[in-house]
Design a protein around this ligand. Structure first.
Ligand code: SAM
Length: 212
């Protein structure tokens, strides 16, 4: 028996959107079955929260499509103890998924009202392994570096050089790069002899707004 209608919607999301597209990491799938995505959108949109699309969250920003959140998360290969930097807290949904799977999440959002709202939801869900900051995440969070993983949820024109500099040896960084309709999702792995780059495919994100 499902305890509420959203449990069934989460299962449906996993079965129809994630598994058929190659999301196979059991820990990632379990996190998607647990995290109540409908609490990260406006109450009036709750019935749409588990659909196969992004949704507006105000301030011209979006909560990303479930599959994209899953793809980015799976590419980090989290084991449970990592220190993760997330740039672009947005609704806080991706933050919750990361907090389920890593040791500690440091998340940066440039819009104070979104950061505040996300913090309220994540606190109400009793996550204790998340630190929040308001500011330009393209500069990273040097005080807490190096990070085992960095995940950027807004599209940069090019990889900001401060980010790989704050990545630990062997660390993984996932970021959409490009502008407008032409963006690709890249995974970078920090090797001894430089950054190894993998293209995970086309995507469409809101822009990363970098301060001068
Ligand atoms: N993963 C988020 C979620 O699940 O709700 C989606 C985030 S939304 C696609 C991208 C976010 O990046 C927006 O909230 C936007 O304000 C934020 N953003 C854009 N540029 C930024 C920057 N330089 N530093 C921090 N956050 C930034």
């Amino acid at each position: 028996m499902h305890d509420d209608p959203y449990t069934a919607l989460r299962e449906e999301m996993v079965k129809t959107q994630l598994l058929p597209r190659g999301i196979t990491d059991a820990r990632v799938l379990a996190a998607f079955r647990r995290v109540p995505r409908h609490l990260f959108v406006e109450v009036s949109q709750a019935h749409l929260a588990y659909g196969d699309h992004p949704l507006a969250i105000g301030q011209e920003q979006t909560i990303s499509q479930p599959y994209i959140v899953a793809l980015m998360t799976q590419s980090l290969q989290l084991q449970g103890r990592e220190k993760v930097l997330e740039i672009g807290t947005g609704s806080g949904y991706q933050t919750a998924i990361l907090a389920e799977l890593a040791g500690h999440v440091y998340t940066v959002e440039r819009l104070p009202s979104l950061s505040r709202k996300a913090q309220q939801v994540l606190t109400s869900l009793q996550y204790t392994n998340i630190s929040f900051k308001v500011g330009d995440g393209s500069k990273g969070w040097p005080e807490h570096s190096p990070f085992d993983c960095i995940l950027v949820t807004a599209a940069a024109g090019a990889l900001p050089p401060t980010l790989p500099a704050q990545l630990a040896a062997g660390g993984r960084l996932v970021i959409p790069v490009g502008s407008g309709w032409h963006q690709d999702l890249y995974l970078y792995i920090k090797r001894e002899d430089g950054l190894e780059r993998h293209n995970l495919g086309g995507c469409r994100f809101v822009p990363l707004i970098e301060e001068g």
